[in-house]
Write a protein that binds this ligand. Structure first.
Ligand SMILES: [Zn+2]
Length: 100
């Protein structure tokens, strides 16, 4: 039933997450931050810069506990989405592994 993996979905699909984020134009920050959820040094930041005036999207996701947040737009209109369904956003289904 696709639930056999001992790994949480964001780890099981970590390679796919990275690939899809890059495909969408996100760039991963060089730095990894300490996650405020679990205290591990495992929080990755991805940024998408849209064309001028359209803003972009920032995604912060912890590869240890799976805590994910996302911000859209910039300046005053910046709104946070938390929790953020990273796998859903990328179209990765935890139940079904795509052939790679
Ligand atoms: Zn965490």
């Amino acid at each position: 039933m696709g639930k056999k993996s001992p790994l949480p979905p964001w780890l099981e699909h970590a390679a796919q997450v990275k690939k899809k984020m890059k495909e969408r134009g996100f760039k991963m920050a060089d730095r990894v931050q300490i996650c405020q959820g679990c205290g591990e040094y495992a929080e990755e930041t991805w940024s998408l810069r849209g064309p001028e005036g359209l803003g972009g999207r920032d995604v912060v996701a912890c590869m240890n506990c799976g805590r994910a947040r996302s911000w859209r737009g910039s300046g005053q209109q910046r709104a946070v989405e938390e929790p953020f369904d990273l796998l859903g956003f990328l179209g990765i289904s935890p139940e079904r592994t795509e052939p790679s």
